[in-house]
Design a protein. Structure first.
Length: 550
């Protein structure tokens, strides 16, 4: 750390020390890691195998989950750090001091990665548990720890660079995620398709942290260890390249520059690509205003609705190229179930961030009070936001559900003995997916109206709708497994029913409560600047504020 960066780090650390999320993040990360490890151990004990095999499987699963956690935490914590300073007009004051641009970048890097580093430190002890089972050495754990630290540094550097170029929080988060997805997933697929599985450890595939993780857990050839360190080194150098580029560009990006003819032409071209030409905008304005004014305000970027379709098409292309490169003739239904779960998780996070940003952005810009001062009622306001959400995600999500129903029908037609169990997972996943979308939309709107930032609102929504059911499921299944040693098939069927029951119940509670409070208390919270999520006396939120107050 340079000397000039210390004031920024000190300021950010003081701010982080006053946030309860700094302390709760470590507890939540450790708890979820223990719950996931317990579920994996229970699943492995249902089908007895050698302890070394069970330890290796546990280590691989936890490794990839930890890598995903690190990348997502970096995007959530860092993608809006510089863009928020630009929107508030405080970034320019830093350059009036003796600070250099690289000092600002390193200071932000150190401060924003603190919470992710704490979460990673809480997860690492859980990753040592497979060593006790055998099949995993201490060297494997050390290589994985180095990989996770390097991946956190890389993801934070990429998010910082994107944050320096963007002004809006939603744009910065989306661009950071897409860039990390392209580097981590697309590059290995390109390497596989270029020369088969043997080329996975060569060329652009080594830039991916996913490739390094695959090599760290025992994938690849006999030279996997050497290729692992090469991949880590390349990723580390790419991270420093992002930081250096950010430091060089930041002094030119924070200020409003005069618009010349070339910039004006480029801006108009981008505006036309995003919002359509004048005739398209005028026609859509007439149609949208007839339905709801809020619908027109939230849907003026007419081309944005194609983003979910582009993502689904990209995922289909990646899967198709992977099957072609690996010469896969028949895809197992279990792998389709895993891909469907990953798509569910991605769209839930996307919809949550989209819904949370609606009220959070309006509140930050002072537009929420203005909207509520118009003759529009709260029901009209929420009806417009529902239309915006449906226009953005409705048909792509409906298409995804239909494809999964087709997969469910295919599972019923299989001759495999586990076809009924796989079909149960398919149907249960669809039910949970639909219920979670409804609850995350309403809860995301409410948390966006009462939280400081859209990132905090999105995190609070995901904690209640996504992580809480998994934690309750893990505790209940571990308790049942310790009390009653039931057969594997019965245990899996019970897991499906319990997960559906817990998820739907939590969705109904939080979603219904958020809907009621939005329709009855939105005008009250709109005039309370930076109110907390639950302000009623005796509530858990108020108790937590009292316990964590300084």
């Amino acid at each position: 750390m340079t000397v000039g960066a210390r004031p920024i780090v000190g300021r950010e650390l003081l701010v982080a020390a006053r946030r309860s999320s700094t302390y709760w993040a470590r507890f939540q990360a450790a708890l979820m890691a223990l719950v996931v490890a317990g579920l994996i151990v229970v699943d492995q004990t249902m089908s007895p195998s050698a302890p070394a095999v069970m330890g290796a499987r546990l280590f691989r699963t936890l490794s990839f989950l930890a890598l995903i956690y690190v990348m997502l935490a970096a995007v959530r914590l860092t993608s809006d750090c510089l863009s928020s300073e630009k929107r508030e007009g405080t970034l320019g004051f830093l350059f009036l001091t003796d600070l250099k641009p690289l000092d600002v970048v390193i200071g932000k890097l150190t401060a924003t990665s603190l919470s992710g580093l704490y979460g990673l430190a809480a997860i690492l002890p859980v990753l040592v548990l497979p060593v006790l089972c055998g099949g995993v050495s201490l060297g494997d754990v050390c290589r994985l720890a180095v990989l996770l630290l390097n991946s956190l540094f890389f993801a934070v550097a990429v998010a910082l660079l994107v944050s320096a170029w963007c002004w809006q929080a939603r744009t910065a988060a989306s661009m950071s995620f897409l860039i990390l997805l392209a580097i981590s997933v697309v590059t290995p697929v390109v390497a596989v398709c270029a020369g088969g599985l043997a080329s996975l450890s060569a060329g652009v595939g080594l830039l991916s942290p996913l490739t390094a993780c695959w090599l760290a857990v025992g994938g690849g050839t006999g030279r996997a260890t050497e290729w692992f360190w090469v991949s880590v080194l390349l990723t580390h150098l790419l991270a420093w390249l992002c930081l250096t580029t950010c430091g060089r560009c930041l002094p030119k990006l924070w200020m409003d520059r005069p618009v010349d003819k070339n910039r004006m032409r480029w801006r108009e071209w981008c505006r036309g690509m995003l919002m359509g030409n004048a005739r398209t905008r005028a026609a859509f304005r007439v149609r949208a205003l007839r339905r709801n004014p809020i619908f027109w305000l939230g849907s003026r970027e007419v081309r944005v609705r194609w983003y979910p379709w582009l993502f689904l098409g990209s995922i289909a292309a990646i899967i198709g190229l992977s099957c072609w490169g690996l010469q896969v003739r028949r895809v197992d239904l279990l792998w389709l179930l895993v891909v469907g779960f990953a798509l569910h998780l991605f769209f839930k996070q996307w919809l949550t961030h989209f819904a949370s940003s609606a009220f959070a952005t309006d509140r930050e810009q002072g537009a929420l009070e203005l909207l509520l001062s118009t003759p529009l009622s709260v029901r009209d306001l929420m009806g417009g936001h529902r239309l915006v959400l449906w226009r953005q995600f409705g048909y792509p999500l409906l298409f995804l559900v239909l494809m999964e129903l087709a997969g469910w029908i295919c599972a019923l037609g299989e001759a495999d003995a586990d076809r009924w169990l796989i079909s149960g997972f398919f149907l249960g996943g669809i039910i949970i997916f639909v219920a979670d979308l409804w609850a995350m939309a309403w809860l995301g709107w409410w948390m966006g109206a009462v939280s400081r930032t859209a990132a905090q609102a999105s995190s609070a929504t995901a904690l209640r709708i996504l992580l809480l059911p998994v934690g309750l499921l893990g505790v209940s299944l571990l308790t049942v497994h310790l009390v009653w040693n039931m057969p594997e098939t019965v245990f899996l069927w019970m897991s499906v029913f319990v997960y559906v029951f817990i998820s739907v119940g939590i969705d109904g509670w939080f979603g219904g409560r958020a809907r009621h409070r939005l329709l009855t208390e939105l005008r009250v919270v709109a005039v309370e600047r930076y109110a907390s999520g639950d302000t009623r006396p005796g509530s858990w939120a108020k108790l937590r504020r009292i316990l964590w107050s300084r």
